[in-house]
Ligand binder design. Sequence first.
Ligand code: ZN
Length: 300
Amino acid sequence: MKNDEPTVGRRAVLRTAVFLGVAAASGLLSVSGEEGAPGPGPGSGTGPQAGPQAGPGAQPAAGAPGLRAQALPEKSYRLRPMTAEQPMRPAAVKPAVRTRPILELPADAAASGAMVLTFDDGPDPRYTPAILDTLARYGVRAMFFVCGEMADENRDLLRRMAAEGHIIGNHTWTHPLIPQLSRPALASEIGRTSEVVHQAVGEAPLWFRAPYGAWNRAAFEIGAELGMEPLAWTVDTLDWKEPGTTTIISRVLGGAAPGVIVLSHDAGGNRSQSVQAISSYLPQLLARGYRMTLPTLPPR
Ligand SMILES: [Zn+2]
């Protein structure tokens, strides 16, 4: 998201989620064992400078946990009422707790020229619809890592994403720098976002992405508890810096390769360049023989 922009302008007030009335289960999301940096809370001015830790081309495949092609599992869990201490009911079938996010598609998918387009921070009614239009024009599906506070106010766009076959991922509620959060605060950020998506489209996200690419152990653990795999990216367009449409296009085309996951943004600032860019690079990628696809979940 505003990958390195401060979260200025974002509504800080978090609404109480509407709960589904499912009985609270065990407190599997322990509030102890916090390993986040003890520093200041979210909103401190230092966050944005941290930058993505899994940036462009970062740690390519070597030793990366692999994804394997597999059918999506059945809906893996239902939700429970959330509070700061008791965010959501853990997934019935949990993925393994990873120690690093997935950065690219597995070799078998890459072999067929597959790539993934991802858009973070939305949905934003100023930009997201145009991106969806372009994706629809070419029959391409993509991933949208949404922020809860944006998603809550734009549920129609969530429903459109789902209806058109895109994957909705969890990008926290307010786009904080995760290592600065207490574990309960992080659990709430993630859990409430999943809750909103579940309410809007009937399914909670199965993928999670840390703002700024700043992951920590709590993020991996909480994400897994809620049934989500952590997905980073291979190529960062840095479109949030508004480098110019041509630059964004050249970054995508220059970084294109089998298995690549591309990071762009449909919110968090003026994303006109991002909107313009996809209308150019998408048909060019397809003309080069790439297949825009969606990742499949690893075995659970
Ligand atoms: Zn983001």
